[in-house]
Design a protein. Structure first.
Lengths: 260, 329
């Protein structure tokens, strides 16, 4: 695009989060470019999830600002943020366990219908959403589990379902907190492919520990340590950064490739 | 036909035949009013996951309002009931708006405290008749056509209302609203992240539940011809919790069964053992909670589900079967 400033979908300015004196996120200024897959990496406790919670308003920042499409959203409510198109997933799989797989996705599709408060309407009024819900399940490889009880799914499938539910909102910016955590090898590559696929017409900001996932799909990587960004750039650059290597391995001699 | 449909049909047949098989209509009406009250309470606890400890406020307040309109103002029966229901819905809106700001035990404590406040208002307000309550509330007639003086006619009127509420609750639970409510109960942060303002949904659930409790209170007032402090008492709030847990929260029939058991025990045992009935009901409650954690109906449903899952598990997906029984709450 002509103006580089227009390419920024999300920007944080000197974002700070303190928990009773402990600084979990410190002066984080990040710019996420539209259309990219932007990975946020860093050792355990670096503040990645806290940063996500700030972006989605599940936590209020101590200081700093959050700008989405140039709009100051620092003081939005979490639900409002989601309605603006900034939708998150959770580090611990977040599904609705006692609903069917289809219902999980359908409840996300339901909101734009505008009938969410219609307590008098029959369930059949939601039937028009089924085709779209089934297509989303198909995309994450859950078509045959349509009517299964969600609690009975394996962990990897629950995460896939969560992804389908997030996609149901057709978010402009999708925040994924460790989407491949706890998955087997095959599931990881399937979900990685899927993220790659759905990123075609949206922006993805993801926390990810699996370096092979990050190296294969991320356009830009920000490395967080002790709440601050210590490096930023494409994988090839970041992985050579001695500070990053040390943060991950505790010594600058090891390579990043093996981390987690 | 699904097993639940058969059970509903049998229950309805029993209720229709109750006067004919010699069950005292006033007793049956009282039972239905408490069953309706418990169903409304269960809508909140079982389907929205909110435990209110002050639900007698809506039940009793509606009874007073209906009683006062029918007696002091001489309004027709149906209108007095409507006013009572609206009053309790409004009360639910105010108390709910305050209570939903907190969750869990804090939510329960706020509803309890505000429920006590309503009790105090009912004790002090000039129109409620203080310790005596409102006596001699006329049953009147339905739209000036069907007189309700006869216990039998009144019973069928209450039964029709009860069936309507029972179906209404099923509709709510399965409605688009009910789906979102369920999602909120299952995983509130996730529901928020999908863009739902969860507090609005909780408030609507609270108001609907209060309105149903209010309808139950209004009908009880007409049935017995009086509105008294016992209907707004903390004790009554506790009773409805007990009935619902006993029968099974989050099941349609559970609160009905729970109310049936408690009201029947109170009615028949109090003649024999007097004040000991409280102790006996308490003991039954403790025993049930220890033995059947899901309540009477809840346990039966879970057993049914396990059977279905076992049969299905043997036939198709071997992978899903082992977890199936552990998953049902
Ligand atoms: N609500 C809270 N109150 C106090 N401290 C918190 C809170 N939430 C997070 N922290 C602390 O903030 C730091 C950052 O936590 P966070 O969960 O953001 O890390 P993370 O980078 O997501 O780690 P992981 O890779 O393990 O998921 C940790 O030290 C954590 O203990
Ligand atoms: Mg984390």
């Amino acid at each position: 695009m002509a103006h580089p400033e227009q390419d920024i979908i999300l920007e944080t300015r000197k974002l700070v989060k303190e928990f009773s004196g402990f600084v979990a996120v410190q002066d984080v200024s990040i710019k996420v470019r539209r259309g990219e897959i932007h990975a946020l990496i860093g050792p355990n406790g670096a503040g990645k999830t806290t940063f996500f919670n700030l972006l989605t308003k599940f936590l209020a920042p101590t200081r700093g600002g959050i700008f989405y499409n140039g709009l100051d959203i620092t003081y939005d409510s979490p639900a409002q943020t989601a309605r603006r198109g900034l939708v998150r997933s959770f580090q611990i799989s977040a599904v609705f366990p006692h609903m069917s797989v289809l219902e999980n996705v359908r409840v996300a599709l339901q909101r734009p219908l505008g009938t969410a408060f219609h307590f008098w309407a029959p369930e059949a009024s939601l039937a028009p959403l089924h085709a779209r819900a089934e297509a989303l399940l198909e995309a994450v490889g859950l078509a045959e589990y349509r009517d299964a009880h969600t609690a009975d799914l394996s962990y990897g499938r629950k995460r896939a379902l969560e992804l389908a539910t997030t996609l149901a909102l057709d978010p402009e910016l999708m925040l994924l907190d460790e989407p491949t955590q706890g998955m087997g090898h095959e599931d990881v590559s399937r979900v990685t492919d899927l993220i790659k696929k759905v990123s075609a017409n949206r922006t993805v900001l993801m926390v990810e520990h699996n370096m092979s996932v990050v190296s294969s799909i991320a356009d830009t990587i920000s490395v967080l340590q002790h709440g601050t960004v210590i490096a930023e750039g494409p994988y090839a650059e970041v992985s050579q950064n001695p500070q990053v290597i040390e943060a991950y391995m505790g010594s600058s001699s090891a390579t990043l490739q093996g981390a987690h | 036909m699904r097993p639940s449909t058969i059970i509903y049909a049998l229950t309805l047949a029993f209720l229709l035949a109750a006067p004919a098989i010699g069950l005292y209509p006033v007793f049956m009406m009282k039972l239905l009013c408490f069953a309706m009250f418990a169903c409304g309470f269960n809508l909140l606890l079982g389907y929205a996951g909110m435990l209110s400890f002050g639900h007698a406020a809506y039940f009793g307040f509606a009874a007073y309002i209906t009683g006062w309109f029918a007696t002091a103002l001489g309004w027709p029966t149906m209108l007095s009931v409507v006013v009572g229901v609206l009053a309790s819905a409004l009360l639910g809106l105010v108390i709910g708006a305050l209570a939903i700001r907190r969750s869990g035990i804090y939510f329960a404590m706020i509803t309890l405290a505000l429920g006590q406040l309503v009790y105090f208002i009912c004790l002090q307000a000039p129109f409620t008749g203080g310790e005596n309550g409102i006596q001699g509330v006329p049953r009147g007639s339905l739209f000036g056509v069907i007189g309700l003086q006869s216990d039998i006619t009144m019973y069928y009127f209450v039964l029709v209302m009860f069936v309507a509420v029972f179906l209404f609750i099923q509709r709510i639970v399965h409605s688009p609203f009910g789906q979102v409510l369920k999602a909120i109960r299952e995983n509130e942060p996730r529901a928020i992240s999908l863009g739902y303002d969860v507090n609005r949904f909780k408030l609507l659930a609270f108001v609907l539940s209060s309105a149903i409790a209010g309808l139950a209170g209004s009908l009880k007032c007409l049935t017995l011809g009086l509105a008294t402090l016992s209907d707004v008492l903390q004790w009554t709030s506790g009773e409805v919790v007990l009935m619902t847990l006993l029968g099974g929260t989050g099941t349609f029939l559970g609160p009905v069964v729970g109310a049936g058991v408690v009201v029947t025990l109170q009615e028949y045992l109090s003649d024999i053992v007097g004040a000991w009935v409280t102790v006996i009901i308490g003991a039954i409650f403790v025993a049930c909670v220890l033995a059947f954690r899901k309540g009477l109906v809840g346990e039966i449903e879970a057993w049914q589900q396990r059977r279905v899952a076992r049969r299905a598990g043997a036939a198709v997906k071997p992978e899903a079967a082992p977890e199936a029984s552990a998953a049902t709450r």
